[in-house]
Design a protein around this ligand. Structure first.
Ligand SMILES: [Zn+2]
Length: 171
């Protein structure tokens, strides 16, 4: 079970709403499965032009080139690597752990897409070398605009298993 203060849940929903229809993304840190802080990270797919995307060669992006920027950002995200590194440095300096990643689904349920599973497995392939703990993957769904849904998953061996979120009162 992952414990998240209600204020942080609200922050993630606000972030998702600000970026809609694009997907937002970010990092969660804390200790012992209790989230204490979030880091908003730029979704570079949401800001890339067609030409930039064309040069951004990668098997996982090949299918995305045919989509409009809005469609693309709605089904996928790619965190800015420099911002991710800065967040990880800050997490280490505070002696906390990287507990998870979050991103939003503007029009679809809070379930990992095939692209999400592929991205998570790519991270798994180098995570152990970086000596990082296994992260959870959180999805904020705005499918039902008035009642956003947040769910967390473990993604291992290309399979997603839901992990319960317990909302705790913010101080
Ligand atoms: Zn997704």
């Amino acid at each position: 079970m992952l414990h998240i203060p209600s204020g942080i849940i609200q922050d993630m929903i606000t972030h998702a709403r600000e970026l809609a229809p694009h997907e937002c993304c970010g990092i969660l840190s804390g200790e012992n499965q209790s989230v204490t802080e979030t880091y908003r990270i730029t979704n570079i797919l949401a800001t890339m032009s067609e030409q930039e995307l064309y040069r951004f060669e990668g098997a996982k992006l090949s299918d995305l080139k045919h989509l409009s920027p809005e469609e693309r950002a709605d089904i996928a995200f790619q965190m800015d690597a420099r911002e991710m590194a800065m967040a990880q440095r800050d997490i280490r300096s505070k002696e906390r752990d990287l507990l998870g990643f979050y991103h939003s689904h503007t029009f679809s349920p809070a379930r990992p897409s095939q692209t999400d599973i592929t991205i998570a497995m790519e991270f798994e392939s180098y995570r152990k070398k970086l000596n990082l703990p296994e992260p959870l993957h959180l999805i904020v769904s705005l499918e039902h605009t008035k009642s956003p849904d947040i769910r967390a998953y473990r993604i291992q061996d290309s399979k997603a298993t839901e992990v319960l979120i317990k909302q705790i009162a913010s101080e």
